[in-house]
Ligand binder design. Structure first.
Ligand SMILES: *Cc1c(COP(=O)(O)O)cnc(C)c1O
Length: 467
């Protein structure tokens, strides 16, 4: 299995080679040259597997350059700290079932992919006898998932920039309580965009990047996308009966289009998925695109800070991978769409509007703060379950698309404990923290405060980078 760029300018590469680079050299994103196919017989055989075993099978279709035994060892290690089931399902009525993706160390779905990425990065770097210094910016979930996945690794260090004073107490504790030598928390005097601009400045200096072995683990990372494909198969196998060929639908609380793209891959691989329902919050550029065919990214100033903050995006980094298939895998058309975007601020696929649902099964909807609160309340009142604000956006939009006879699975992208204030606002319940979480919240914190200053960041990275 080889990977090519959505913009056509990359020699086909195996899985391991796409891990360390975020983007293809031509500015496009890596995609499988041919999507692997899974038939009904194989699916039935997979029913008996544990989650790590299933992950080995699915990832093995993409990572054909990694020996199976090594892959099996890595998937076991990646999910060892999860509960036995790894991804539990639970019904909440009205034909809706939650897919529990937040059982990992940082209580959000990003652990599912990041824990595997941590394993495969260390493995690949060992084979190359190399090291990697990850420099990233976070407003919360991604940074903590990356740090918890990479802490203690010998060949990877993490430099994670966050906007000082702008994360929740819980998010700060989750990141800053780590005191591993290879984890560097940097609180920048500024907002998230300032952090991101600093990262871009360093990554854009190719000499510095090469000399310091800089890399990224952002949401376009292909290992993350493929690791996320696994739980679509897992959820389908748990939610259907043996021998049937039942179609079901998934609703995905979405930001950068990473999670739902993995569902799109699963559908293209042959998994019987009827609809992929994209749920957006108030920052609904993607809902706008799937309803109108026009994609118009917003500026940072037009991007709202909402109560489902991990979906607060101005543009959706992974959308290009969907567009590549929409235009029949014609790289020239992808390049043309992004040229339009640069020149006029939007691109226009209104002519293809009908195909979004008919051919690809993708539909969408938006949820607001009021919807979120009402949904948390209604699920709590009818089932006693407390769901987090992002999952609530999913349930709100899922309810608009439930069809009789078609199970609707909603991906639970975080645990409510991470967003206790919104839960309090919705249902007046003060969440109890487990003893482990309380200990984390009370632990000493390790963070370096820094001005919004590129030179200071360069000096810090140079002084602390692995080499
Ligand atoms: C990252 C995140 C999302 C959005 O996922 P994408 O892959 O960016 O679409 C949704 N919910 C939570 C809790 C997240 O952390």
């Amino acid at each position: 299995m080889q990977f090519i760029s959505t913009r056509g300018g990359m020699q086909p590469q195996p899985f391991s080679e796409t891990l360390l680079e975020g983007l293809a050299p031509d500015g496009g994103l890596a995609v499988p040259e041919v999507m692997p196919q899974v038939d009904g017989e194989t699916l039935e055989r997979w029913r008996a597997l544990t989650y790590p075993q299933l992950a080995t099978e699915v990832l093995g279709l993409f990572a054909t350059d990694i020996p199976r035994a090594d892959l099996a060892r890595m998937t076991e290690a990646a999910y060892a700290s999860f509960p036995a089931e790894v991804v539990p399902l639970r019904a909440i009525g009205d034909g809706i079932t939650l897919v529990g993706l937040s059982e990992g160390p940082t209580l959000a779905f990003k652990d599912m992919a990041m824990q595997f990425l941590g394993q495969v990065l260390e493995y690949t770097l060992e084979r190359k006898d190399s090291v990697l210094n990850i420099v990233g910016a976070t407003s919360g979930d991604t940074g903590s998932a990356a740090e918890h996945a990479l802490r203690g690794k010998e060949r990877v260090a993490v430099f994670m920039l966050s906007p000082q004073g702008r994360m929740s107490a819980f998010q700060r504790a989750q990141m800053f309580s780590l005191d591993d030598a290879n984890v560097h928390n940097i609180a920048v005097e500024g907002v998230f965009d300032d952090c991101q601009n600093l990262v871009k400045a360093l990554a854009g200096d190719l000499d510095f990047k090469r000399a310091q072995h800089l890399g990224a683990v952002n949401s376009i990372n292909l290992a993350r996308i493929t690791a996320q494909v696994v739980y679509y198969f897992w959820a389908w196998l748990r939610a259907t009966d043996a021998g049937g060929w039942t179609e079901l639908s998934f609703t995905v609380p979405s930001g950068n289009f990473g999670n739902i793209l993995s569902g799109f891959f699963a559908k293209q691989m042959g998994l019987p998925i009827r609809r992929l329902v994209l749920a957006a919050n108030e920052n609904n550029v993607l809902d706008e695109f799937f309803r109108t065919g026009i994609y118009r990214p917003r500026s940072a100033a037009q991007t709202l800070a909402t109560s489902s903050p991990s979906m607060d995006i101005s543009k959706a980094s992974n959308l290009e991978r969907f567009i590549f298939d929409l235009v029949g895998r014609d790289a020239a058309k992808v390049v043309a769409a992004w040229r339009d975007l640069d020149e006029q601020g939007f691109f226009d696929f209104t002519a293809d509007l009908g195909r979004f649902e008919d051919e690809f099964g993708i539909v969408s909807g938006t949820s607001t703060h009021a919807d979120r609160l009402a949904t948390i309340r209604s699920v709590y009142e009818t089932t006693g379950e407390i769901i987090d604000p992002h999952t609530a956006d999913g349930v709100k939009v899922a309810r608009e698309y439930v069809e009789s006879g078609v199970p609707m699975l909603v991906l639970e992208t975080a645990k409510p404990e991470k967003f206790a204030e919104t839960i309090q606002e919705a249902i007046g319940v003060e969440l109890d923290y487990s003893p482990e979480l309380q200990a984390m919240l009370d632990a000493p914190q390790f963070v370096t405060e820094m001005a919004d200053d590129e030179q200071a960041l360069r000096a810090f990275v140079e002084a602390n980078a692995l080499r």
